[in-house]
Design a protein around this ligand. Sequence first.
Ligand code: ZN
Length: 306
Amino acid sequence: MTTPPVCDYEGSDYQTSFWEKGGREYEDRTEAIALQRLLPKRGRLLLELGAGAGRNTPRYLGFERIVLLDYSRTQLEQAQQRLGKSDKYIYVAADVYRLPFVDGLFDAATMIRVLHHMADAPKVLGQIKNVLGSGGVFILEFANKLNLKAIVRYLLGRQAWSPFTLEPVEFVELNFDFHPKAIRNWLKGLGFKIEKTLTLSHFRVGILKRVVPVGLLIFLDSMFQWTGALWQLSPSVFVRASRQGGKKQEIPDRVLLFFKCPDCGHFPLIEKRNLLECTNCQSKWEIKDGIYDFREHVRNGSFPPS
Ligand SMILES: [Zn+2]
């Protein structure tokens, strides 16, 4: 099955180079504030899409269990080191265009700094809708093409693409900015109700970050976040939406019952030692060192069971 291209962070030191040594304290802490404002106080099972090395995971305080999903296995290994192996965290390497979960499973999902890399955003959003139960909360961060800097550059003739049109702009290969209205249209079209919008990173300007104390920038940004309800002109936007309709189903205790076959949709899968298997289409996937890996099939004979 072909899906749009994925941006693969396999083997990347993104967590260290971008977040820990990249002067991103302002972005990180303003995201923490936004999450606190948007997250449900408690819940049973949260899906973190594009969890990476688990930077945001400890912020999902009220949830009993969290599924960390990422396309990169090495990012998940870093998350395991950070968070540890316990029943609370379930690590899944998979493609967001083909989510391996049964319909209506989760009571919440988050996707932060990920849609940015999606060539087919509506397809991804549709997958997320399917795995959320009725009333399930979805917190989405996206990069906003309608930001002040882009508007000024466009009006001065220093930027070819228009920030005012609804289509996404791919400014670097596999890096997309979206129009807030396009995101709203997609979410509403899928039956989501938009409950809150916050704008972030109002002061993501090199000179400000150098001369103004970071604590002050964070405070000001936290105040400005609320203006997202009125207009969205900052580079980063958070939306809280809830799924309308659909089924409300019991969340199973057994992790095995979370999964469906991403190839044919059959469930439940069966677990054999270090493999998951679909009894309908015979696809098999590996479970290795606590990571469920749905990216590539295990082929008969080519994989030594341990
Ligand atoms: Zn199957």
